[in-house]
Design a binder for this molecule. Structure first.
Ligand SMILES: Cc1cc2nc3c(=O)[nH]c(=O)nc-3n(C[C@H](O)[C@H](O)[C@H](O)COP(=O)(O)OP(=O)(O)OC[C@H]3O[C@@H](n4cnc5c(N)ncnc54)[C@H](O)[C@@H]3O)c2cc1C
Length: 502
Protein backbone atom coordinates (compact mmCIF):
# COMPACT_ATOMS: atom_id res chain seq x y z
CA UNK A 1 0.00 0.00 0.00
CA UNK A 2 1.21 3.52 -0.74
CA UNK A 3 2.53 5.34 2.29
CA UNK A 4 1.44 8.78 3.43
CA UNK A 5 4.13 11.13 4.69
CA UNK A 6 3.02 14.29 6.49
CA UNK A 7 5.41 17.15 7.18
CA UNK A 8 4.54 19.96 9.60
CA UNK A 9 6.34 23.18 8.56
CA UNK A 10 7.12 24.33 5.05
CA UNK A 11 10.15 26.59 5.00
CA UNK A 12 13.64 24.99 4.92
CA UNK A 13 13.75 21.54 6.54
CA UNK A 14 10.11 20.70 5.66
CA UNK A 15 10.24 21.12 1.86
CA UNK A 16 13.66 19.43 1.84
CA UNK A 17 12.17 16.35 3.51
CA UNK A 18 9.13 16.39 1.24
CA UNK A 19 11.15 16.70 -1.98
CA UNK A 20 13.65 14.03 -0.97
CA UNK A 21 10.87 11.61 -0.02
CA UNK A 22 9.26 12.18 -3.39
CA UNK A 23 12.54 11.36 -5.16
CA UNK A 24 12.98 8.18 -3.10
CA UNK A 25 9.39 6.92 -3.16
CA UNK A 26 7.50 7.74 -6.36
CA UNK A 27 4.29 6.15 -5.11
CA UNK A 28 4.08 7.89 -1.77
CA UNK A 29 1.56 10.56 -0.87
CA UNK A 30 3.52 13.57 0.46
CA UNK A 31 1.74 16.40 2.31
CA UNK A 32 3.18 19.63 3.74
CA UNK A 33 1.21 21.55 6.38
CA UNK A 34 2.42 25.18 6.42
CA UNK A 35 1.12 27.87 8.74
CA UNK A 36 2.54 30.73 6.73
CA UNK A 37 1.21 31.92 3.36
CA UNK A 38 4.60 31.21 1.81
CA UNK A 39 6.53 28.05 1.15
CA UNK A 40 10.22 27.30 0.95
CA UNK A 41 11.37 30.81 1.86
CA UNK A 42 14.98 31.93 1.55
CA UNK A 43 14.93 33.40 5.07
CA UNK A 44 18.65 34.16 4.96
CA UNK A 45 17.93 36.58 2.12
CA UNK A 46 15.57 38.84 4.12
CA UNK A 47 18.28 41.35 5.14
CA UNK A 48 19.37 41.75 1.51
CA UNK A 49 15.79 42.39 0.39
CA UNK A 50 15.34 44.95 3.20
CA UNK A 51 18.65 46.62 2.30
CA UNK A 52 17.66 46.89 -1.38
CA UNK A 53 20.14 44.41 -2.87
CA UNK A 54 17.03 43.23 -4.77
CA UNK A 55 13.53 44.63 -4.69
CA UNK A 56 11.20 41.85 -5.78
CA UNK A 57 10.17 39.79 -2.72
CA UNK A 58 9.06 36.95 -5.00
CA UNK A 59 12.74 36.20 -5.47
CA UNK A 60 12.77 34.98 -1.88
CA UNK A 61 10.26 32.27 -2.71
CA UNK A 62 11.26 31.38 -6.27
CA UNK A 63 13.25 28.58 -7.83
CA UNK A 64 16.53 29.66 -9.56
CA UNK A 65 14.56 29.68 -12.83
CA UNK A 66 12.26 32.37 -11.41
CA UNK A 67 9.26 30.07 -10.95
CA UNK A 68 7.34 30.75 -7.73
CA UNK A 69 7.56 27.91 -5.22
CA UNK A 70 3.87 28.02 -4.36
CA UNK A 71 1.42 25.13 -3.80
CA UNK A 72 0.78 24.74 -7.54
CA UNK A 73 4.55 24.49 -8.17
CA UNK A 74 4.87 21.82 -5.48
CA UNK A 75 1.88 19.98 -6.92
CA UNK A 76 2.81 20.21 -10.62
CA UNK A 77 6.57 19.80 -10.40
CA UNK A 78 7.01 17.61 -7.34
CA UNK A 79 3.62 15.94 -6.88
CA UNK A 80 3.55 17.20 -3.29
CA UNK A 81 0.36 18.53 -1.71
CA UNK A 82 1.06 21.71 0.26
CA UNK A 83 -1.61 23.20 2.52
CA UNK A 84 -0.61 26.80 3.22
CA UNK A 85 -2.14 29.08 5.84
CA UNK A 86 -2.92 25.87 7.65
CA UNK A 87 -1.79 25.22 11.19
CA UNK A 88 -1.06 21.85 12.71
CA UNK A 89 -2.76 22.06 16.12
CA UNK A 90 -1.96 18.72 17.70
CA UNK A 91 -0.69 15.21 17.06
CA UNK A 92 -2.51 12.03 18.12
CA UNK A 93 0.26 9.43 18.20
CA UNK A 94 -2.13 6.54 18.99
CA UNK A 95 -4.38 7.26 16.03
CA UNK A 96 -1.43 8.52 13.92
CA UNK A 97 -3.29 11.68 12.93
CA UNK A 98 -2.57 15.40 12.91
CA UNK A 99 -5.31 17.91 13.72
CA UNK A 100 -5.05 20.79 11.25
CA UNK A 101 -6.88 24.11 10.95
CA UNK A 102 -7.42 26.18 7.82
CA UNK A 103 -6.54 29.67 9.07
CA UNK A 104 -8.82 31.35 6.49
CA UNK A 105 -12.00 29.36 7.07
CA UNK A 106 -11.36 28.14 10.61
CA UNK A 107 -12.27 24.61 9.48
CA UNK A 108 -10.50 21.82 11.35
CA UNK A 109 -9.86 18.22 10.28
CA UNK A 110 -7.66 15.24 11.13
CA UNK A 111 -5.25 13.85 8.57
CA UNK A 112 -3.59 10.51 9.01
CA UNK A 113 0.07 9.67 8.49
CA UNK A 114 2.31 6.65 8.20
CA UNK A 115 5.40 8.71 8.93
CA UNK A 116 5.42 12.26 10.28
CA UNK A 117 8.10 14.96 10.30
CA UNK A 118 8.04 17.98 12.61
CA UNK A 119 9.93 20.94 11.12
CA UNK A 120 8.30 23.82 12.93
CA UNK A 121 11.46 25.93 13.22
CA UNK A 122 12.01 28.52 15.94
CA UNK A 123 10.37 31.77 17.11
CA UNK A 124 12.21 35.02 17.70
CA UNK A 125 12.55 35.91 21.36
CA UNK A 126 10.52 38.96 22.36
CA UNK A 127 11.75 40.16 25.78
CA UNK A 128 9.18 41.56 28.24
CA UNK A 129 10.55 45.11 28.02
CA UNK A 130 8.23 48.06 28.63
CA UNK A 131 6.93 49.42 25.34
CA UNK A 132 7.85 46.37 23.25
CA UNK A 133 4.42 46.35 21.58
CA UNK A 134 4.69 49.90 20.23
CA UNK A 135 4.20 50.37 16.50
CA UNK A 136 7.52 50.40 14.67
CA UNK A 137 9.12 47.62 16.72
CA UNK A 138 9.48 44.30 14.97
CA UNK A 139 11.71 41.29 14.40
CA UNK A 140 13.24 40.12 11.13
CA UNK A 141 12.30 36.47 11.17
CA UNK A 142 9.73 35.76 8.50
CA UNK A 143 8.49 37.01 5.16
CA UNK A 144 5.88 39.27 6.78
CA UNK A 145 8.58 40.96 8.89
CA UNK A 146 10.74 41.54 5.80
CA UNK A 147 7.81 43.07 3.88
CA UNK A 148 6.86 45.25 6.87
CA UNK A 149 10.40 46.56 7.33
CA UNK A 150 10.72 47.34 3.64
CA UNK A 151 7.48 49.35 3.81
CA UNK A 152 8.64 51.20 6.91
CA UNK A 153 11.90 52.10 5.22
CA UNK A 154 9.95 53.47 2.26
CA UNK A 155 7.80 55.77 4.41
CA UNK A 156 10.24 56.41 7.23
CA UNK A 157 8.29 59.50 8.20
CA UNK A 158 11.03 62.01 7.52
CA UNK A 159 13.67 61.35 10.14
CA UNK A 160 14.66 57.80 9.37
CA UNK A 161 16.40 56.34 12.39
CA UNK A 162 16.50 52.83 13.71
CA UNK A 163 17.80 50.89 16.67
CA UNK A 164 18.83 47.27 16.28
CA UNK A 165 18.58 45.43 19.57
CA UNK A 166 21.10 42.57 19.59
CA UNK A 167 24.43 42.34 17.80
CA UNK A 168 24.29 38.72 16.69
CA UNK A 169 24.37 37.54 13.09
CA UNK A 170 20.86 38.75 12.22
CA UNK A 171 21.26 42.03 14.13
CA UNK A 172 24.46 42.88 12.29
CA UNK A 173 22.97 41.92 8.92
CA UNK A 174 19.99 44.13 9.76
CA UNK A 175 22.32 47.02 10.65
CA UNK A 176 23.98 46.70 7.23
CA UNK A 177 20.58 46.50 5.53
CA UNK A 178 19.44 49.73 7.23
CA UNK A 179 22.66 51.49 6.34
CA UNK A 180 22.38 50.41 2.69
CA UNK A 181 18.80 51.66 2.65
CA UNK A 182 19.90 55.05 4.00
CA UNK A 183 18.59 54.55 7.53
CA UNK A 184 20.82 55.85 10.29
CA UNK A 185 21.01 53.14 12.92
CA UNK A 186 22.56 52.05 16.20
CA UNK A 187 23.20 48.47 17.29
CA UNK A 188 22.75 47.95 21.02
CA UNK A 189 24.36 44.81 22.42
CA UNK A 190 24.27 43.72 26.04
CA UNK A 191 27.54 41.75 25.83
CA UNK A 192 30.89 43.54 25.54
CA UNK A 193 31.11 42.64 21.83
CA UNK A 194 29.02 41.90 18.76
CA UNK A 195 28.93 38.53 16.95
CA UNK A 196 29.28 36.25 19.98
CA UNK A 197 30.71 33.39 17.86
CA UNK A 198 33.90 35.49 17.64
CA UNK A 199 36.37 36.24 20.39
CA UNK A 200 36.44 39.79 21.71
CA UNK A 201 39.61 40.74 19.81
CA UNK A 202 38.16 39.58 16.48
CA UNK A 203 34.74 41.13 17.13
CA UNK A 204 36.31 44.54 17.80
CA UNK A 205 37.71 44.53 14.25
CA UNK A 206 34.16 44.07 12.98
CA UNK A 207 32.74 46.78 15.25
CA UNK A 208 35.32 49.28 14.03
CA UNK A 209 34.44 48.43 10.44
CA UNK A 210 30.72 48.96 11.15
CA UNK A 211 31.50 52.40 12.62
CA UNK A 212 33.65 53.26 9.60
CA UNK A 213 30.58 52.55 7.48
CA UNK A 214 28.53 55.06 9.45
CA UNK A 215 26.45 52.95 11.84
CA UNK A 216 26.83 53.16 15.62
CA UNK A 217 27.57 50.20 17.87
CA UNK A 218 27.02 50.31 21.63
CA UNK A 219 28.22 47.25 23.51
CA UNK A 220 27.83 46.42 27.19
CA UNK A 221 24.46 48.16 27.28
CA UNK A 222 20.89 46.88 27.22
CA UNK A 223 17.45 48.28 26.48
CA UNK A 224 15.58 49.47 29.58
CA UNK A 225 12.43 50.60 27.81
CA UNK A 226 10.95 51.64 24.50
CA UNK A 227 9.33 55.08 24.63
CA UNK A 228 6.32 55.89 22.48
CA UNK A 229 4.05 58.70 21.37
CA UNK A 230 0.55 58.06 20.00
CA UNK A 231 1.34 54.34 20.11
CA UNK A 232 4.46 54.66 17.96
CA UNK A 233 8.07 54.24 19.01
CA UNK A 234 10.00 57.51 19.40
CA UNK A 235 13.07 56.47 21.37
CA UNK A 236 14.89 53.66 23.13
CA UNK A 237 16.13 54.13 26.67
CA UNK A 238 19.23 52.13 27.63
CA UNK A 239 20.35 50.77 31.02
CA UNK A 240 23.24 53.25 30.95
CA UNK A 241 20.84 56.18 30.76
CA UNK A 242 21.49 56.91 27.10
CA UNK A 243 18.34 57.63 25.08
CA UNK A 244 18.39 57.07 21.32
CA UNK A 245 15.72 58.75 19.20
CA UNK A 246 14.31 56.48 16.49
CA UNK A 247 11.16 55.61 14.59
CA UNK A 248 11.98 51.94 14.06
CA UNK A 249 13.50 49.17 16.15
CA UNK A 250 14.33 45.61 15.25
CA UNK A 251 14.69 43.14 18.10
CA UNK A 252 17.07 40.33 17.26
CA UNK A 253 18.20 38.70 20.48
CA UNK A 254 17.88 35.07 19.45
CA UNK A 255 15.33 32.35 18.80
CA UNK A 256 13.52 29.66 20.76
CA UNK A 257 12.68 26.26 19.23
CA UNK A 258 8.99 25.72 18.41
CA UNK A 259 8.65 22.37 20.09
CA UNK A 260 5.29 22.70 21.87
CA UNK A 261 3.31 20.58 19.44
CA UNK A 262 5.86 17.80 19.98
CA UNK A 263 6.04 18.15 23.76
CA UNK A 264 2.22 18.17 24.03
CA UNK A 265 1.96 14.68 22.51
CA UNK A 266 4.72 13.14 24.60
CA UNK A 267 7.67 13.59 22.30
CA UNK A 268 10.75 14.25 24.41
CA UNK A 269 11.97 17.83 24.45
CA UNK A 270 15.54 18.41 25.65
CA UNK A 271 16.95 20.77 28.26
CA UNK A 272 17.60 23.49 25.66
CA UNK A 273 13.93 23.40 24.59
CA UNK A 274 14.51 21.60 21.30
CA UNK A 275 12.98 18.29 20.22
CA UNK A 276 15.26 15.37 21.08
CA UNK A 277 16.28 13.25 18.12
CA UNK A 278 18.77 10.42 17.66
CA UNK A 279 21.41 10.32 14.90
CA UNK A 280 18.68 9.27 12.45
CA UNK A 281 16.72 12.46 13.22
CA UNK A 282 14.09 10.22 14.81
CA UNK A 283 12.21 11.21 17.96
CA UNK A 284 11.23 8.83 20.77
CA UNK A 285 8.26 7.87 18.54
CA UNK A 286 9.68 5.64 15.81
CA UNK A 287 7.21 7.03 13.24
CA UNK A 288 7.99 10.68 13.96
CA UNK A 289 11.14 12.44 12.78
CA UNK A 290 12.22 16.03 13.19
CA UNK A 291 14.79 18.44 11.72
CA UNK A 292 15.83 22.09 11.60
CA UNK A 293 15.66 24.89 14.15
CA UNK A 294 13.24 22.95 16.39
CA UNK A 295 15.68 20.13 17.27
CA UNK A 296 18.70 19.70 19.51
CA UNK A 297 21.73 18.21 17.78
CA UNK A 298 25.19 17.15 18.87
CA UNK A 299 28.10 19.57 18.81
CA UNK A 300 30.83 17.30 17.49
CA UNK A 301 33.57 19.16 19.35
CA UNK A 302 31.97 19.51 22.77
CA UNK A 303 29.77 16.38 22.37
CA UNK A 304 26.88 18.29 23.93
CA UNK A 305 23.33 18.46 22.63
CA UNK A 306 22.76 22.02 21.50
CA UNK A 307 20.47 24.18 19.38
CA UNK A 308 22.04 25.05 16.03
CA UNK A 309 19.46 27.15 14.16
CA UNK A 310 21.13 27.46 10.77
CA UNK A 311 19.73 27.04 7.28
CA UNK A 312 22.36 24.66 5.92
CA UNK A 313 22.00 22.39 8.96
CA UNK A 314 18.19 22.35 8.57
CA UNK A 315 18.51 21.16 4.97
CA UNK A 316 21.17 18.54 5.72
CA UNK A 317 19.16 17.17 8.64
CA UNK A 318 16.04 17.14 6.46
CA UNK A 319 17.81 15.07 3.81
CA UNK A 320 18.87 12.53 6.44
CA UNK A 321 15.39 12.37 8.01
CA UNK A 322 13.74 11.80 4.61
CA UNK A 323 15.95 8.81 3.76
CA UNK A 324 15.28 7.25 7.14
CA UNK A 325 11.54 7.86 6.88
CA UNK A 326 11.45 6.01 3.57
CA UNK A 327 13.99 3.19 4.04
CA UNK A 328 14.25 2.75 7.80
CA UNK A 329 17.24 4.11 9.67
CA UNK A 330 20.05 3.95 7.11
CA UNK A 331 21.60 7.42 7.21
CA UNK A 332 23.06 9.33 10.17
CA UNK A 333 23.41 13.03 10.95
CA UNK A 334 26.39 12.99 13.26
CA UNK A 335 26.16 16.61 14.35
CA UNK A 336 27.62 20.03 13.70
CA UNK A 337 30.95 21.68 14.40
CA UNK A 338 29.60 25.25 14.52
CA UNK A 339 30.42 26.88 11.22
CA UNK A 340 28.87 30.23 10.43
CA UNK A 341 29.58 33.25 8.31
CA UNK A 342 28.11 36.67 7.64
CA UNK A 343 28.75 39.68 5.46
CA UNK A 344 29.36 42.93 7.34
CA UNK A 345 29.65 45.70 4.73
CA UNK A 346 33.06 45.11 3.04
CA UNK A 347 34.05 42.53 5.65
CA UNK A 348 33.21 38.88 5.98
CA UNK A 349 33.23 37.45 9.48
CA UNK A 350 32.88 33.83 10.42
CA UNK A 351 34.02 30.99 12.58
CA UNK A 352 34.17 27.22 12.72
CA UNK A 353 34.80 25.02 15.73
CA UNK A 354 35.75 26.55 19.05
CA UNK A 355 36.69 30.14 19.79
CA UNK A 356 39.11 30.86 22.62
CA UNK A 357 36.32 31.79 25.01
CA UNK A 358 34.30 28.69 24.09
CA UNK A 359 37.39 26.51 24.60
CA UNK A 360 37.91 28.04 28.05
CA UNK A 361 34.23 27.53 28.86
CA UNK A 362 34.55 23.88 27.83
CA UNK A 363 37.43 23.45 30.24
CA UNK A 364 40.30 23.26 27.73
CA UNK A 365 43.28 24.42 29.79
CA UNK A 366 46.16 23.90 27.40
CA UNK A 367 45.45 25.69 24.18
CA UNK A 368 47.75 27.43 21.76
CA UNK A 369 46.50 30.21 19.56
CA UNK A 370 47.69 32.25 16.63
CA UNK A 371 46.42 35.46 15.09
CA UNK A 372 47.63 35.80 11.54
CA UNK A 373 46.96 38.85 9.35
CA UNK A 374 47.93 38.93 5.68
CA UNK A 375 46.53 39.66 2.21
CA UNK A 376 44.51 36.81 0.73
CA UNK A 377 46.53 36.89 -2.51
CA UNK A 378 49.62 38.71 -3.80
CA UNK A 379 49.54 42.53 -3.82
CA UNK A 380 49.92 42.58 -7.59
CA UNK A 381 46.64 40.64 -7.82
CA UNK A 382 44.79 43.05 -5.54
CA UNK A 383 45.07 41.02 -2.33
CA UNK A 384 42.75 42.07 0.46
CA UNK A 385 43.47 41.56 4.16
CA UNK A 386 42.17 38.67 6.20
CA UNK A 387 42.79 38.11 9.86
CA UNK A 388 42.71 34.52 11.05
CA UNK A 389 42.64 33.30 14.63
CA UNK A 390 43.41 29.61 15.07
CA UNK A 391 43.29 27.40 18.10
CA UNK A 392 44.76 23.98 18.84
CA UNK A 393 45.17 21.72 21.83
CA UNK A 394 48.72 21.93 23.19
CA UNK A 395 49.04 18.33 24.31
CA UNK A 396 47.69 16.59 21.22
CA UNK A 397 48.11 19.26 18.54
CA UNK A 398 44.41 18.74 17.68
CA UNK A 399 43.06 21.62 15.62
CA UNK A 400 40.13 23.19 17.49
CA UNK A 401 38.84 26.13 15.53
CA UNK A 402 39.22 29.10 13.23
CA UNK A 403 37.77 32.60 13.32
CA UNK A 404 38.24 34.78 10.28
CA UNK A 405 37.52 38.44 9.60
CA UNK A 406 38.42 40.80 6.77
CA UNK A 407 37.68 42.06 3.30
CA UNK A 408 39.52 39.20 1.58
CA UNK A 409 38.24 35.70 0.87
CA UNK A 410 37.36 34.57 4.36
CA UNK A 411 34.81 31.96 3.26
CA UNK A 412 37.42 29.79 1.55
CA UNK A 413 39.60 29.62 4.68
CA UNK A 414 36.61 28.79 6.87
CA UNK A 415 35.64 25.99 4.48
CA UNK A 416 39.12 24.47 4.61
CA UNK A 417 39.14 24.69 8.41
CA UNK A 418 35.65 23.18 8.67
CA UNK A 419 36.79 20.17 6.64
CA UNK A 420 39.85 19.81 8.90
CA UNK A 421 37.62 19.88 11.97
CA UNK A 422 35.20 17.34 10.50
CA UNK A 423 38.23 15.14 9.79
CA UNK A 424 39.40 15.64 13.40
CA UNK A 425 42.81 16.62 12.05
CA UNK A 426 45.93 17.64 13.98
CA UNK A 427 48.48 20.36 13.21
CA UNK A 428 50.94 17.84 11.73
CA UNK A 429 48.28 16.63 9.28
CA UNK A 430 47.56 20.18 8.11
CA UNK A 431 51.01 21.70 7.60
CA UNK A 432 51.51 20.25 4.10
CA UNK A 433 47.98 20.24 2.70
CA UNK A 434 47.91 20.35 -1.09
CA UNK A 435 45.53 23.24 -1.77
CA UNK A 436 44.98 24.90 -5.16
CA UNK A 437 47.36 27.79 -5.84
CA UNK A 438 47.75 30.43 -8.56
CA UNK A 439 48.23 34.19 -7.92
CA UNK A 440 44.60 35.17 -8.66
CA UNK A 441 43.44 32.92 -5.81
CA UNK A 442 45.94 32.90 -2.92
CA UNK A 443 49.54 33.35 -1.84
CA UNK A 444 51.81 30.38 -2.71
CA UNK A 445 51.15 29.05 0.75
CA UNK A 446 47.53 29.68 1.58
CA UNK A 447 46.82 31.99 4.54
CA UNK A 448 45.24 29.11 6.44
CA UNK A 449 48.32 26.92 6.04
CA UNK A 450 50.69 29.79 6.93
CA UNK A 451 48.68 30.33 10.11
CA UNK A 452 48.90 26.57 10.79
CA UNK A 453 52.68 26.85 10.33
CA UNK A 454 52.84 29.55 13.02
CA UNK A 455 50.67 27.33 15.21
CA UNK A 456 53.12 24.48 14.60
CA UNK A 457 56.05 26.75 15.50
CA UNK A 458 54.38 27.47 18.82
CA UNK A 459 53.37 23.84 19.33
CA UNK A 460 56.94 22.64 18.72
CA UNK A 461 58.19 25.49 20.93
CA UNK A 462 60.26 27.06 18.15
CA UNK A 463 58.75 30.36 19.24
CA UNK A 464 56.29 31.94 21.64
CA UNK A 465 54.00 34.91 21.11
CA UNK A 466 51.79 37.48 22.72
CA UNK A 467 48.50 38.72 21.35
CA UNK A 468 47.62 42.40 20.99
CA UNK A 469 45.01 42.03 23.75
CA UNK A 470 47.53 40.48 26.14
CA UNK A 471 50.12 43.17 25.33
CA UNK A 472 47.56 45.92 25.87
CA UNK A 473 46.60 44.41 29.23
CA UNK A 474 50.28 44.51 30.26
CA UNK A 475 50.66 48.11 29.16
CA UNK A 476 47.43 49.07 30.95
CA UNK A 477 48.67 47.64 34.25
CA UNK A 478 51.79 49.77 34.01
CA UNK A 479 54.17 47.04 32.91
CA UNK A 480 56.90 48.32 30.63
CA UNK A 481 57.72 45.47 28.30
CA UNK A 482 60.76 45.91 26.04
CA UNK A 483 59.41 46.13 22.50
CA UNK A 484 61.68 45.96 19.49
CA UNK A 485 60.10 47.37 16.33
CA UNK A 486 60.99 45.24 13.33
CA UNK A 487 58.65 46.83 10.81
CA UNK A 488 60.03 49.04 8.09
CA UNK A 489 58.91 52.64 7.47
CA UNK A 490 56.39 51.63 4.80
CA UNK A 491 54.72 49.11 7.12
CA UNK A 492 54.63 51.65 9.94
CA UNK A 493 53.01 54.13 7.61
CA UNK A 494 50.21 51.66 6.88
CA UNK A 495 49.87 49.90 10.23
CA UNK A 496 50.75 52.64 12.75
CA UNK A 497 52.89 52.67 15.89
CA UNK A 498 52.55 51.10 19.30
CA UNK A 499 52.65 54.45 20.97
CA UNK A 500 55.72 55.61 22.84
CA UNK A 501 57.20 52.26 23.80
CA UNK A 502 59.47 51.27 20.98
C1 LIG B 1 17.10 37.13 8.77
C2 LIG B 1 17.65 35.75 8.84
C3 LIG B 1 18.91 35.50 8.29
C4 LIG B 1 19.46 34.24 8.37
N1 LIG B 1 20.68 34.02 7.81
C5 LIG B 1 21.20 32.77 7.84
C6 LIG B 1 22.43 32.51 7.20
O1 LIG B 1 23.06 33.40 6.60
N2 LIG B 1 22.92 31.25 7.25
C7 LIG B 1 22.26 30.23 7.89
O2 LIG B 1 22.73 29.09 7.88
N3 LIG B 1 21.06 30.45 8.49
C8 LIG B 1 20.53 31.68 8.48
N4 LIG B 1 19.32 31.91 9.06
C9 LIG B 1 18.64 30.80 9.77
C10 LIG B 1 17.81 29.93 8.82
O3 LIG B 1 16.95 30.72 8.09
C11 LIG B 1 17.05 28.91 9.64
O4 LIG B 1 17.98 28.11 10.32
C12 LIG B 1 16.15 28.02 8.78
O5 LIG B 1 15.17 28.77 8.15
C13 LIG B 1 15.49 26.95 9.66
O6 LIG B 1 14.63 26.20 8.88
P1 LIG B 1 13.45 25.39 9.53
O7 LIG B 1 12.73 24.71 8.42
O8 LIG B 1 13.93 24.56 10.65
O9 LIG B 1 12.52 26.47 10.24
P2 LIG B 1 11.78 27.74 9.63
O10 LIG B 1 12.50 28.29 8.47
O11 LIG B 1 11.52 28.63 10.79
O12 LIG B 1 10.41 27.14 9.12
C14 LIG B 1 9.47 26.60 9.98
C15 LIG B 1 8.10 26.79 9.33
O13 LIG B 1 7.17 26.03 10.09
C16 LIG B 1 5.94 26.73 10.10
N5 LIG B 1 5.21 26.27 11.29
C17 LIG B 1 5.53 26.45 12.58
N6 LIG B 1 4.62 25.87 13.38
C18 LIG B 1 3.69 25.32 12.57
C19 LIG B 1 2.48 24.59 12.79
N7 LIG B 1 2.04 24.30 14.03
N8 LIG B 1 1.78 24.18 11.72
C20 LIG B 1 2.21 24.46 10.45
N9 LIG B 1 3.34 25.15 10.19
C21 LIG B 1 4.06 25.56 11.23
C22 LIG B 1 6.34 28.19 10.18
O14 LIG B 1 5.31 28.99 9.63
C23 LIG B 1 7.63 28.23 9.36
O15 LIG B 1 7.43 28.71 8.06
C24 LIG B 1 18.73 33.17 9.00
C25 LIG B 1 17.47 33.43 9.53
C26 LIG B 1 16.93 34.69 9.46
C27 LIG B 1 15.57 34.94 10.04
Amino acid sequence: MNKRYVIIGGSAAGPKIASKIRRLDQNAEVIIIQKSKNLSMASCGYPYYVGGVFDNPDQLVSAPTGVLRDPSFFSAVKDITAYVETEALSIDREAKTVRIKDLNTGKEQDISYDKLAITTGASPIKPPIEGIDLEGICTLHNMEDALELKERIKDGGGSKKAVVVGGGLIGIETCEAFQLAGIENTVVEMLDQVLPFLDWDMAKLVENHIREKGAEVLTGDGVKKFNGKDGKIVSVELQSGITIKCNMAVVSIGVRPRSKIAGDCGIIVGTKGGIQVNRFMQTNDSDIYSAGDCVEVTNLITHEKQLWPMGDAANLQGRVAAQNMVFGNIEEYEGFIGTGICKVFDFTAGSTGLSEKMAKREGYKNIIKVIHAAPDKPGFMGGKPIILKLLAEKTTGKFLGLQAVGSGDVAKRLSIAAMALHGRMCISQLVNLDLPYAPPFSPAIDNFITAIHVLENKWRRYMDGISAVELKAKLDTGEKPFIIGVRGPAELEVCGWISGRI
